[in-house]
Design a protein around this ligand. Sequence first.
Ligand code: WTA
Length: 655
Amino acid sequence: MAPDNALDALLHENRRFPPPAELAAAANAQPDIYDRAAKDRLQLWEEMARRLDWDQPWDQVLDWQLPYAKWFVGGKLNASVNCLDRHVAAGRGGKVAFHWVGDGERDHRDLTYAELHREVCKAANALTELGVKAGDRVAIYMPMIPETVVAMLACARIGAPHTVVFCGFSAEALRGRILDCDCQVVITVDGQYRRGAPTPVKAAVDEALLECPNVRHTLVVRRTGGDVDWDAGRDVWWHDVVDGQSDQHQAEAFDAEHPLYIMYTSGTTARPKGILHTTGGYLTHVSATHHYVFDLKPDTDVYWCAADIGWVTGHSYIVYGPLANGATSLMYEGTPHPGDKDRWWKLIDRYKVSILYTAPTTIRTLMKWGAQELEPYDLSTLRVLGSVGEPINPEAWVWYHTYVGGGRCPVVDTWWQTETGGIMITPLPGVTTAKPGAAMRPFPGVSADVVDNEGKSVPNGSGGLLVLTEPWPGMLRGIWGDDERYRQTYWSRFPDAYFAGDGAKRDEDGDLWLLGRVDDVMNVSGHRISTTEIEHALVGHPSVAEAAVVGASDPTTGQAIVAFVTVRGSVAEDEAGGEQLVESLRNHVASTIGPIAKPRQIMITPDLPKTRSGKIMRRLLRDIAENRELGDVTTLLDPTVTEMIRDRMTLGAED
Ligand code: WTA
């Protein structure tokens, strides 16, 4: 990008960004919210829980038996009723819940709260007719279309926990998730649109289900009209079984701790973890954070969270948070792409978006395409900008603030995880004086710390590991079917705190900066991907003997996947060196996990650098991949290996 002197000046002045006075005066969060949290955080969470409709109030706010929390014990509510019925009953049924825009603006549709309510009631009746009962798991493998939201809320309405699988995952990844939580119904589409072109989806479900004997039905939404194979005993069309149902449905109230959904996320082993979220605490957390962090004014704001529903950000901040708050949202099926550089600005202008929530990767991409793309459009409706998913570099922060926000919109850099359910560390737009690149402070009611390896709190001005020191309402309630792994992953590193797996710094003022993962999890374009999972996929290829994967820093995607591979002795020499093998390996990873896991670069090398005890030295590989001076090589078995790899790296072409 051309140097931008104005941006440079802003960066180097070390500027602070106080809240705009007008916004601050009317903001949902006032400065005293931190004092109230310090005085009695449980009371504050109770106050936030009262923003929801409960069929039965709780007797106890929190029952904490480390590492298991129960929130709002004894309370009963229905998540779907909180997202829909109560708004309709309050006379807001005519209000738009979603302005939906299809990929490439092929089509669009506005859905009011009343319409969404009717659709969800019909789908809930259809699921019941298909034999789904409270407690049964339902897999949802769908793109960004309104029916995906309908399917989720219909599941929630009848108490059937959903597991939404990102539509970019492969058949094999889908199968693993279906089997892990034993789903009996899968909701999907015939196909989806990607960058204007229809691509099949149901075919992947068919493939996945070859080895899922317990799946009784697939419920298929017609999206592209493409040809699909049909299993008459198992497959049913959405329009056949949902459209004709009654649009009335009396929802049952469920226990606050009733499972709401399972979301799979990558860990440090090859097997994804099924993160379990329950109803009352989760809904409290996401609706309260959505209200305060984005300063949502449901009567006037148009809110756009540009994540995909297949990830936790979509669950919490496209579906549950905004709908519980009665917000009007923009929902866009497409993703930014070079053929369409001004699409985002056009959509903000057209729908008068006032709150935008997206990932740093997207901001950097839009920044690369240049501020001139924004010029033809009126972005003056924007008033709050959010960032999530990975550390935001100060350059991207300042660009976002200056060009997208016209210098007048607070930027909230929100840190959280699939496991936390909702936002944990964040500025508050009417309160915080922001620093570009810092997530600043725990949300009121959240307790976080930065500690050293022994678990001792570090002083201001130092770095360490981020921990959460008190339970919070949206916290995961466990890993589906694997208590031991839950304890091991999050609660064994330190005796009495949740280990987040992120490095953090506490600056001289005590404000928090998130520095990225400290484990074998990469963050590529804001997506969590495990190095081990990709290594596992690579060694599953018949030509591969060993594989090591590292995340190398990348100016746009944050990190990029670089794999080092040795081939089996039986692989012929010309094949082992060939581009064809590299391509076949990349495709193999895509079909095992999904296209998002395709390595940017695969290096075929005669050997991998190992310690004397036989451990692969990923640290060195990362140095090589990032073209840095090699760190300490004294423990390396054969130091010539790294030189050899480095020589080949410089020869190897990137694509
Ligand atoms: C990273 C996404 C820095 C972090 C909501 C975390 C961030 C992982 C930020 C969770 C942020 C998320 N600044 N890093 N504002 N937000 N992360 O589960 O490493 O997909 O552990 O949840 O993303 O990713 P997940």
